[in-house]
Design a protein around this ligand. Structure first.
Ligand SMILES: [Zn+2]
Length: 676
């Protein structure tokens, strides 16, 4: 056993934001090559130091690398110029304090609710009867009494499957009170008859997801007594926005949530369903401890007539909507409030950050159906062409089944937020990792910085974190053909109208080793350009080398003058001195750490594991499955006061803190299968 058998290094870390970005200014424009501005061409040759993954197409059911036609009808595998442009620009933004162009300022995470004494307070079951064009409720039947009963018993009494929205006639004599717990009135039911319409005095059924109830002894479901008829309701704007956000994060919406077009199409399709179709298409089986409990409604970020929800009201307005008592809640203080003001995406073509002045700017702010976006853009001064892979066809190399990539979870504030020295929340009912609450009440905690993945070559991991494991179901796994380690590439990059410091910035972003000292002194400390996909696996380290083929001033390009005598080193030095000291001193060392190949021990890089490395090394499928279960780490590190030992927040170490400081302690997952 090694010293680090019980420790891991998280695959990603953060390069801090500077307190002020690079100075915004008017760009040079494209009308002429002015004094002190240069055009020219750079040759880039590169070597893959880890596998590089760029998605191409699929042919004969096999993935192929992207390609363009080569000589004599051959096909040459490439990294498309757009992929190179994106990689270089992104690195330039970090180096020069450029704006956060690809950044959702409105973003807020959502969190699962935890049971508390107040969970059931003032909750009313409601049957939606009318919605507007976007699916927001306009009228509801707001039920009165709520009771809870054993679902398995009720099923026996009803003699058939239960489902949400079901209406039951129950004689009062057939309902016996059993007691109350946490404000819930529990009853036993002797007889009940389903009926087709929601008449006054009948009972409405809500079947919720089994979720985390597997250990419970009884599966309780709620019934609520229907009153006279529907009434018009007004749903508070904030409550509706929160409901939509939480619903989009629900498991049922995972596939569609990122694509507004697909969302709209789905909503319109489902709005046309008949009651019968809704019963089959918009419901999902609920199983609990080998019992078929019935069918629950699928969670949607909209409602339709027949949708059953829990609601809370205040002064006649609906202030809370949820498909289950314990569901999700939204974080507060969106991402835009958690980054330095000066790093906000550029919007005006006369006032651009250092990166937008070189690579161009498109105003990506969302607008209400006007056409201004086009006038707000600025064309770049750099032209990228495809990186051509030497001696490599699109079908070269093996097809690899890859482990699933989980989606980023910025809601994990223990890693994503700057928590200072705080490890426990000020109040008992708060969780420090969550966006919002008293830790954010005055000045919201800031995001840690730009996210980067360590560039690593795991040698001793079997399986490696990129490999598909036995417990990964087929639907989670994708296969890809990747450029293998040692693959060589060539391309040219053309520039026009750049000043010398700007050219130096472009060169440094193409070959960061020109500017950044390697963070390690081990044998081969390459500083690589991150490119392509699969970075959580350690993919995408490209070591580059540049030649300045040609550089012209206006005089040499259009006249008789000699080309200026400028070297790569001179241009990079000019870039260095043009950058604010704070960026050089705080941003660059962290960036150098993440770009230096194998700066951290590659064999210890993994998402929070649920077992020790010695268990992983056994290679047994059940050990590997447990190793991949990080839930316990996230739970125990979230910053929460408890009776008995608390759960102090565990922050991510600073990227620049040194390779030895990057270890975090593994929190073993419970042994039982399915425990979460
Ligand atoms: Zn910008």
């Amino acid at each position: 056993m090694t010293r680090h058998d019980e420790a891991f290094i998280n695959p990603y870390t953060f390069v801090p934001f500077p307190s002020a970005g690079g100075v915004k200014a008017e760009p040079a424009g494209h009308d002429r090559l002015g004094p002190g501005h240069y055009s020219g061409r750079i040759t880039v040759s590169g070597t893959a130091r880890t596998a590089i993954m760029v998605r191409g197409s699929v042919e004969n059911d096999e993935p192929v690398l992207p390609w363009h036609p080569g000589a004599n009808g051959t096909r040459q595998a490439i990294v498309p110029g757009s992929g190179l442009a994106g990689a270089v620009r992104s690195l330039h933004e970090t180096l020069a304090g450029g704006c956060l162009r690809v950044f959702d300022h409105e973003f807020l995470p959502t969190y699962r609710d935890m049971a508390s004494r107040n969970s059931f307070d003032r909750l009313v079951m409601a049957l939606v009867t009318e919605v507007d064009g976007k699916g927001r409720p306009l009228a509801m039947i707001l039920c009165t009494d709520v009771v809870w009963t054993d679902a398995v018993d009720l099923q026996r009494v009803v003699r058939g499957p239960l489902h949400t929205g079901m209406v039951l006639d129950i004689d009062e004599r057939d309902m016996t009170a059993i007691g109350t717990d946490w404000g819930r009135e529990r009853v036993g039911i002797e007889a009940a008859t389903p009926r087709s319409d929601p008449v006054e005095g009948a009972w409405l059924v809500l079947v919720a997801d089994a979720g985390a109830r597997e250990q419970d002894e009884v599966f309780r479901i709620a019934l609520a007594r229907l009153p006279d008829g529907p009434e018009s309701v007004s749903v508070d704007d904030q409550a509706w926005t929160d409901y939509e956000r939480c619903a989009l994060d629900a498991e049922d919406m995972r596939q569609q949530r990122k694509d507004q077009g697909r969302l709209d199409a789905l909503r319109l399709k489902e709005a046309g369903y008949s009651t019968g179709q809704a019963l089959t298409e918009l419901m999902k089986d609920v199983r609990w401890n080998d019992h078929d409990i019935g069918r629950r409604q699928l969670v949607r970020p909209w409602a339709r007539p027949g949708t059953v929800l829990w609601v809370r009201r205040k002064d006649g307005e609906i202030t809370d909507l949820r498909p289950a008592v314990l569901w999700r809640h939204s974080g507060q203080r969106p991402a835009g409030e958690r980054v330095p003001e000066s790093l906000r995406a550029c919007r005006y073509p006369r006032d651009l950050c250092p990166s937008c002045r070189i690579f161009g700017s498109v105003d990506a702010q969302r607008r209400e159906e006007d056409d201004k976006a086009r006038q707000c853009s600025y064309a770049g001064h750099v032209r990228f062409t495809d990186l051509v892979a030497a001696k490599c066809a699109p079908t070269d190399g093996p097809v690899r089944p890859l482990a699933p990539l989980s989606s980023p979870r910025p809601g994990s504030g223990q890693f994503y937020l700057d928590n200072g020295n705080s490890v426990l929340p000020q109040r008992d009912n708060e969780v420090l990792r969550e966006w919002g609450g008293s830790a954010d009440s005055r000045q919201p905690r800031q995001l840690r910085g730009r996210k980067y993945y360590w560039s690593t070559r795991p040698a001793k991991q079997h399986p490696r974190r990129s490999d598909k494991r036995k417990h990964h179901s087929d639907e989670m796994v994708t296969s890809a053909r990747v450029f293998e380690h040692q693959q060589r590439f060539d391309t040219t990059v053309c520039f026009d109208g750049l000043t010398l410091p700007e050219l130096g910035g472009l060169l440094a972003a193409l070959q960061p080793a020109l500017l950044l000292t390697p963070a390690s002194s081990h044998r081969d400390p390459a500083v690589c350009l991150p490119i392509g996909g699969g970075k959580p696996f350690g993919f995408g380290a490209l070591e580059t080398r540049l030649t300045l083929d040609r550089i012209d001033s206006a005089g040499s390009r259009y006249g008789e003058e000699e080309p200026p005598d400028v070297t790569i080193e001179q241009a990079v030095e000019q870039f260095r001195t043009s950058i604010p000291e704070e960026i050089r001193d705080t941003v660059w060392p962290a960036l150098s750490a993440v770009l230096t190949l194998d700066h951290v021990d590659p064999d210890h890089v993994w998402y929070p594991p649920g077992a020790s490395w010695s268990e992983h090394h056994t290679g047994r499928p059940e050990a590997l499955e447990r190793f991949d279960r990080g839930y316990e780490f996230w739970k125990m590190s979230r910053g929460q006061r408890m009776q008995g030992p608390g759960r102090p927040l565990v922050p991510l170490p600073d990227a620049a803190a040194g390779a030895d400081q990057q270890y975090l302690k593994i929190v073993p997952a419970p042994k039982e299968k399915g425990a979460r």
